[in-house]
Design a protein around this ligand. Structure first.
Ligand code: NAD
Length: 513
């Protein structure tokens, strides 16, 4: 692993040039206005890649601010939902164009406040954001109902209606992409929205709101910044919020789900994961092994330091090719450059904050003490400053081991050998998570048989890229409920069905059952 050391002052320059006002603050957006919190309290935002560098301040929103934002979203709702879908479509397509023009600025900002490397992570994410606005703008016409064949004297139809005001809560690990899963989908269907950005990485999301502003009536899109308990929980519990869409940890998702359930409002939960990557012997042949190992690293989301809910962090390799695949994986991981997220040669940036760094470090330290596990690669052994950490691989681990079960959310993989398909599918499924899975196998009938049996919401065969717009995305088990990213996700998550039955002309009223 090469370290290019700490990020320079580049991150601060990026932020100053893009979002800071004269006081070095970045206000929230409520009702079309850029505002401070009612109590004028602020949260410092630091560059994770240089954690002593303060990038700016964002408002510390509390109850009064949530009240204001939800009220603004309600005021805007009737006008927005009444619009012809082509108007909403045009607004979203115009925003997509502006986001494409500003993709580099958004990529730099998100690299600055998440610590994710610009080239492999932040730049593709900013492009995906624009693509998501374009996609949901495109499918705005699909919010359709159906007509029942109920006879000539009856018109019986359904119409899909917006749910109302959506409360959306974002995590820090890929804030732009997750904002892109929720905002354009909710708006295309005629809802208005109040978004709570993560306190760890709010800057690019606030810039996104600014870029959207010329195309949306005030109050259609509101962005709050604040802490989880003071702002996120208040938003999820607010009686004016008609739908909650949450992406984050399983622990917080459980409480958000309980709050929404108590109020009987619909909720989507995109939560954690501990996803399996399975390598069959034929995917490790001399001709295939490079491609497979490239995919193993991509599935591990190593260019996001493994800070991804879909990270394929449990690597199951067939015993016959175990050593070969493990050696090639470790060799490739060693060749990665860890350092300044803004440097074009960087493959891995920094972890998000000190507590996350310490959490991941403690997992690695725990692994080092185990006599029954081999340390194939030790990410703590290289000297990195600040919150940078190299990848770690523990080898010949047991699937029941704590590190093979808990979501580490860092660059730590656990490799496990297997012998039979039956055995590996059982191990893959022996997890309380069920988000993603990556299957590397030349024999497609074998791979598809496994795909049918692996308990995950999203399975990739012989590839490991990120989500493609239009696909259904979401988890099983404790990885969450509901689907986003797709047309069907938009319809399920952000619309409700109304049935209308009409007697036509002098037809007979329908008999009551
Ligand atoms: P987190 O759960 O700590 O926080 C997520 C958001 O919830 C933040 O905005 C936070 O302020 C807010 N929050 C915290 N406490 C809250 C409460 N009591 N009520 C309401 N909101 C509250 O998660 P994180 O650390 O930001 O993100 C990492 C986690 O997110 C990981 O577990 C990861 O797997 C998960 N994640 C899931 C997906 C997915 O699509 N399934 C995507 C990205 C991240």
């Amino acid at each position: 692993m090469t370290s290019r050391g700490q990020a320079g002052s580049g991150v601060a320059t990026v932020v100053r040039a893009s979002v800071l006002d004269d006081r070095g603050d970045v206000p929230m957006v409520i009702g079309g206005q850029r505002v401070a919190a009612a109590a004028d309290e602020w949260i410092d935002v630091f560059a994770p890649s240089r954690h002593q560098v303060r990038l700016g301040r964002v408002p510390r929103a509390r109850v009064a601010d949530v009240e204001r934002a939800v009220a603004a979203a309600h005021t805007a709702l009737p006008g927005w939902r009444r619009r012809h879908f082509t108007d909403r479509q045009q607004a979203l397509l115009s925003i997509a164009g502006v986001l494409s023009e500003h993709a580099e600025e958004l990529a730099l900002l998100t690299a600055a406040d998440t610590g994710n490397a610009l080239r492999p992570q932040a730049r593709p994410e900013a492009i995906t954001l624009a693509t998501l606005f374009r996609y949901f703008g495109g499918v705005a016409s699909e919010v359709k109902g159906v007509v029942l064949p109920a006879g000539a004297d009856q018109l019986q139809y359904t119409q899909r209606e917006p749910v109302g005001v959506v409360g959306a809560i974002l995590p820090w690990n890929s804030p732009l992409m997750i904002a892109g899963m929720k905002i354009p989908a909710a708006l295309a269907a005629g809802n208005t929205i109040v978004v709570k950005a993560s306190e760890e990485a709010p800057l690019a999301v606030l810039r996104l709101a600014e870029l959207c502003a010329p195309y949306l009536p005030p109050g259609v899109l509101n962005i709050l910044t604040g802490y989880g308990t003071e702002c996120g929980a208040v938003l999820a519990g607010h009686p004016g919020v008609n739908k909650v869409s949450f992406t984050g940890s399983t622990a917080v998702g459980r409480s958000v789900g309980a709050t929404a359930g108590d109020r009987l409002v619909p909720v989507s939960l995109e939560l954690g994961g501990k996803s399996p990557t399975v390598v069959w012997p034929d995917a490790a042949s001399p001709e295939r092994i490079d491609e497979t190992v490239t995919g193993v690293l991509a599935g591990m989301r190593i260019t996001r330091q493994g800070q991804s809910c879909t990270a394929g962090s449990r690597l199951f390799v067939h015993e016959d090719v175990y050593d070969r695949v493990l050696d090639a994986t470790v060799r490739r991981l060693r060749s990665l450059t860890v350092g300044d997220p803004l440097d074009e040669t960087t493959d891995m940036g920094s972890l998000i904050n000190l507590s996350q760094y310490e959490r991941v470090r403690d997992y690695v330290l725990d692994g080092r003490t185990r006599r029954d596990v081999e340390v194939a690669l030790d990410g703590l052994s290289s000297s990195f400053d600040g919150l940078f950490m190299g990848p770690t691989v523990f080898s010949r681990a047991d699937n029941a081991w704590r590190l093979a079960r808990e979501e580490i959310f860092g660059p730590v993989m656990v490799a496990i050998p297997w012998r039979t398909d039956e055995e590996v599918i059982a191990m893959a499924n022996d997890s309380h998570y069920g988000l993603a899975a990556y299957l590397w196998c030349n024999d497609l009938s074998r791979a598809l048989a496994a795909a049918g049996r692996v308990e995950s919401g999203w399975i990739q065969v012989n590839q490991a890229g990120g989500q493609m717009v239009g696909q259904s995305y979401g988890g099983l088990k404790q990885s969450g409920t509901g689907r986003e990213f797709s047309l069907e996700g938009m319809l399920e998550a952000f619309t409700t069905i109304k049935q209308v039955n009409v007697r036509i002309g002098r037809g007979q009223p329908e008999a009551a059952l």
